[in-house]
Design a protein. Sequence first.
Length: 171
Amino acid sequence: MSVHPLSTFSMSSTLHFLLASPQATQALGRLVGSWAQPGSLFLLEGNLGSGKTTLVQGIAAGLGIPGVINSPTFVLIQEYWEGRIPLFHCDLYRLSQVVAEDLGLPELWQGQGITVIEWPERLVNLPDQGYKFEFAVLSEEERSLTITAQGDPNPSLWFCLEHFQPPRNGN
């Protein structure tokens, strides 16, 4: 009987990264996009300019989505169907408090694609599943990132995140 190595490792629930450049943030996003599965939910927190949309650009690249990815600040939700699985990119910055059901968000995060929500603290009822990414600005280029798994994370994705080595020189 063979045992899959990912079924035997012990997951920590929190990871910390120092991202030296936007390229490092995009590299992490590409990893996430490559391993994310339908129904995955990513909650991105951080000040304006902290790297949230940069991460989403990397996720889209990892999913194989072509073109430019911008923050959907004015449309709230942007859907991308061209990749390996659909990406639903939400930006709640312009809202004060919103009930997830009013925007149809549960249908997205329980559906056939992955959902990324910028400014999830605007939701009055956050789900108890998914990954929380907390960005902090350290300098013009550097960011600190803490990733917390909530609920039952995808073990393959979490394993890859645990072993991710961010590029140090911006490449």
